[in-house]
Design a protein around this ligand. Structure first.
Ligand code: SF4
Ligand code: SF4
Length: 149
C-alpha cells in the first residue's frame, strides 16, 4: 500500500512532516490497511507495540485538543474495567484486567471514564490539562459517607 496516493504518514503533522496529503485527496476506492502485517497476527500484540501502517489513526494524536484530562488514582481503583469498556477513544490502558493508566496521546478529555467509575471516591477525576498529576492526587476527595434517611 505504500505507493498509494493517500495521506502519507497521516498524523505526523505535529512532528513537522511536510507535503502531507489531506483526507479529501485520497484516491477513491483504495483500501487503507491499518497494520503492516496480516490482521490475524495483530490481536496478540499489545497496542503500543503493533506495527501500525501510516494510515492508522493510532499514529495521530488528539492530545492538543484537550483542555481537561482524567487523572488516575491507583489506590482506589478496583479494576472493574468500566472505564476501559466505555472510553470512546480506547484510551484506557489495561492488561490482564488490570487498569494501568491513560493513553494521553489519544484521550480527548471527554470525561466518560470518570462518569462510569463506580468507586467512592472515584478512581478517575478530571483536572485541568496543565495540572501536575502528583498535585491532582494530593487534592483527591475523601470517601463520601452515606446519608442517613
Ligand atoms: S476522558 Fe474520555 S477519551 Fe479520555 S480516557 Fe476518559 S473516556 Fe477515554
Ligand atoms: S472504572 Fe474506576 S474502578 Fe473501574 S477500572 Fe476504571 S478507574 Fe478502576
Amino acid at each position: 500500500m505504500k505507493g498509494v496516493l493517500a495521506t502519507d504518514r497521516r498524523g505526523v503533522r505535529e512532528l513537522g512532516a511536510e507535503e502531507l496529503v489531506g483526507w479529501d485527496e485520497v484516491t477513491q476506492g483504495v483500501v487503507l490497511n491499518s497494520f503492516d502485517i496480516e490482521l490475524e497476527n495483530v490481536a496478540h500484540i499489545p497496542p503500543e507495540e503493533r506495527p501500525y501502517s501510516d494510515f492508522n489513526s493510532y499514529t495521530a494524536t488528539v492530545a492538543s485538543w484537550r483542555v481537561i484530562k482524567p487523572v488516575y488514582n491507583r489506590d482506589i481503583c478496583i479494576d472493574c474495567q468500566n472505564c476501559w469498556v466505555w472510553c470512546p477513544d480506547t484510551s484506557i490502558i489495561s492488561r490482564d484486567k488490570q487498569m494501568l493508566g491513560i493513553d494521553y496521546d489519544h484521550c480527548k478529555g471527554c470525561g466518560v471514564c470518570v462518569e462510569v467509575c463506580p468507586t467512592n471516591p472515584k478512581s478517575l477525576l478530571m483536572f485541568a490539562e496543565a495540572e501536575d498529576p502528583e498535585a491532582a492526587l494530593a487534592k483527591w476527595p475523601e470517601k463520601k459517607k452515606k446519608e442517613k434517611k
